[in-house]
Each structure stands twice: as C-alpha cells, then as structure tokens.
Unconditional design. Structure first.
Length: 137
C-alpha cells in the first residue's frame, strides 16, 4: 500500500499543465507522475501541512534499509537543469516519488533499472508554503 500524498492546488495545476504539454512526450516518469496526481489529496497552499514535500522543497531521504541520507530540492524540470547538483526534477523517478510525501512516509518505487526501492523521507528542511517564500515558477 502506498502512502497518502498531499499536493497544493498550485503544484497540482502547474504539474497537470506541464504533463499536458508537448515537452513531456516521451518522458519516462510522466506516466508515474500522472498516476500520483490522480491519487493525491489537493489542498490550498495556505493549509498544506508543514511536513509535506511540495515543489521547491528541500528534503532529506534515505533508501531503506541503507543508512546513507540524500538531500535535494524538488524542482521543476527547467530548474533542475541548472548546474546546481542539489536539485532533482519532479520528472525523474525519485522526484516523482518524493512529491506529496510527509516526513516519515516511505514509498516503494520502481527506478529505471527495473528495481523497486523503498524511499523514506527523513526531514523537510524547507517548504515554500511553510516559509512564506514566493510560490512562483
């Protein structure tokens, strides 16, 4: 059973628009992301729980049972192409898996090699909705 995911209306609408654009044709993670959007609980940004991974959130996670912790900012595809290696696109398998999870949640997700990994969110360092930061992009 997959964990419940929560999205802001802003992220939900922008992601749907991006998925409907020609730019996403042939993107492997697009179908997985579309399925995640279809099962999401959608809330106004102002009431998004403070421990939910939203777009432009900086998150720490592990691949259970491995102890190594990773830290990335979940980004829009164009922002993830910047030279900053600390960004991960929502259109990657790991980025799509992170979207909408809460701290402590774990999700089983298939990576391009065909292997299923268990990704667990350990900490949310920054959430734009929580910090009052600009929600644009």
């Amino acid at each position: 059973m997959q964990p419940r995911i929560i999205l802001s209306t802003l992220d939900y609408d922008r992601l749907h628009a991006l998925l409907d654009s020609p730019a996403t044709r042939g993107v492997a993670a697009a179908d997985s992301l579309r399925l995640e959007l279809d099962r999401a609980d959608v809330l106004e940004p102002a009431v998004l729980p403070p421990d939910v991974v939203s777009m432009n959130s900086t998150v720490r996670f592990v691949f259970d049972p491995e102890p190594e912790e990773y830290e990335y900012t979940l980004s829009w595809p164009r922002d993830a192409e910047l030279t900053d290696k600390a960004r991960i696109s929502v259109f990657t398998p790991i980025g799509a898996a992170l979207l909408g999870l809460r701290v402590g949640d774990a999700i089983d997700w298939m990576v391009p090699s065909g292997k299923t990994v268990r990704l667990r969110v350990t900490e949310l360092l920054l959430q734009p909705e929580r910090s009052g930061a600009e929600l644009g992009q």
